[in-house]
Design a protein around this ligand. Structure first.
Ligand code: ATP
Ligand code: FE
Length: 365
């Protein structure tokens, strides 16, 4: 079995060809990050236009580097939910055309399911396992019980941690910091935090009294922004210049976010063990998404998995962020399980909003 995967849910146009054993036969990606960095965020019609300009070439590159003739593909898998409507639309209409032209089955993909299952391409991980997805666009904790069988334990009630870190980095003007050029907001914070003192500011983790597995990052963002305003006044500098206390602020925000993520994850593990939703020993916690590459956050999560006899696994960074390989692999998983394979694409729609699995967050306490 060989699947072509296509991803356009956000700001990456990506495609890959993957076989049944997880061999990546071909791949290509076009990132729009540079364009969106200049505008300070994604402008959906701009993202749509860039997807349109690149999708044909990216899919062609993935196919030709795989040396697999299109006739040998078993199916085409494409992200149809959740994501930016205009971006999802480009991937879906391109795929519908290709499916009709090549007369292949179509496998609609849930973007979060694909992130969650990526670990099964790189490691031998059996269901059930716990998964924490932390990126610029999402933040959730779920139990993966099967290829398309998830229980949602909690999610962010406002923004995702990567989004919060990006906003703080922008507010701190880290782009202008000589040591942080070309880094994403999260990476710049991680870099600068190494030189800072996380105890300089005393910030309590978000939602400390709320005993569930939901997350919140916008309150923390506002607390940090207030500190920045105070420091700017104190240091007598203009908005837009880099503060001398930027490193301490970076360390504090990273530490507080790490504590929050670790505490929620700890609660989720205890809940799962108590309900026998995960094995009592050697349960697996998978952490993925762009923020998973943060070593400080990873170490905080490791103290949780060590204390609960769990194993922490992360896909390699290039598979943690959006890519075509995870979509193709999700297609392979679905083909093997015989789930959600369409032979008629008439009437298929994308869904900008779509949660992952069954929401049991109200039961977690
Ligand atoms: P999606 O949410 O749809 O997966 P995205 O582009 O928002 O897409 P990713 O590509 O997975 O998210 O990751 C990008 C995010 O990860 C950015 O918010 C970035 O700041 C953050 N990030 C990257 N490296 C680090 C790091 N070392 N520490 C913390 N955050 C990081
Ligand atoms: Fe993603």
């Amino acid at each position: 079995k060989i699947v072509l995967g296509i991803e356009t849910s956000c700001d990456d146009t990506a495609a890959a060809v993957v076989d049944e054993t997880g061999n990546v036969l071909g791949e290509a990606i076009h990132s729009q990050t540079e364009v969106h960095l200049k505008t300070g965020g994604i402008i959906p019609p701009v993202a749509q236009q860039l997807h349109r300009e690149n999708i044909q070439r990216i899919v062609q590159e993935a196919l030709s580097s795989s040396r697999i003739p299109p006739s040998e593909l078993s199916a085409i898998a494409t992200t149809i939910k959740p994501g930016l409507a205009l971006s999802l639309g480009v991937g879906l209409s391109f795929s519908v055309q290709l499916v009709n032209q090549l007369k292949k089955p179509f496998i609609p993909i849930h973007h979060m399911e694909a992130h969650a299952l990526t670990i099964r391409l790189t490691n031998q991980v059996e269901f059930p396992f716990l998964v924490l997805l932390i990126s610029g666009g999402h933040c959730l904790l779920a139990i993966a019980r099967g290829v398309s069988d998830f229980l949602l334990l909690g999610k962010s009630l406002d923004i995702a941690p990567g989004d919060m870190l990006d906003k703080i980095a922008r507010r701190l003007s880290l782009i202008k910091h000589p040591e942080c050029s070309g880094m994403s907001g999260g990476k710049a914070i991680e870099h600068l935090a190494k030189q800072g003192n996380r105890f300089h500011f005393d910030i309590s983790p978000p939602m400390d009294r709320v005993k569930n597995c939901d997350f919140s990052f916008s309150g923390l963002q506002h607390v940090i922004e207030r500190i920045i305003v105070q420091k700017e006044k104190k240091e007598g500098i203009e908005k837009g210049q880099v503060l001398s206390s930027a490193a301490d602020i970076a360390a504090a925000v990273q530490h507080t976010a790490a504590c929050h993520l670790a505490k929620r994850t700890h609660r989720a593990i205890l809940f799962c063990k108590q309900r026998e939703l995960l094995p009592q020993s050697n349960a697996v916690l998978v952490v993925s998404g762009g923020v998973a590459s943060n070593c400080y956050i990873r170490r905080a999560l490791e103290t949780v998995t060590d204390a609960t006899q769990c194993t922490l696994l992360c896909p390699p960074p290039r598979l943690c962020t959006d890519n075509g390989i995870m979509i193709a692999w999700n297609g392979i998983e679905r083909l093997r399980a015989g789930l959600g394979i369409l032979h008629d694409v008439e009437g298929i729609r994308y869904e900008p909003k779509c949660s992952l699995g069954i929401d049991i967050s109200k039961e977690v306490g």
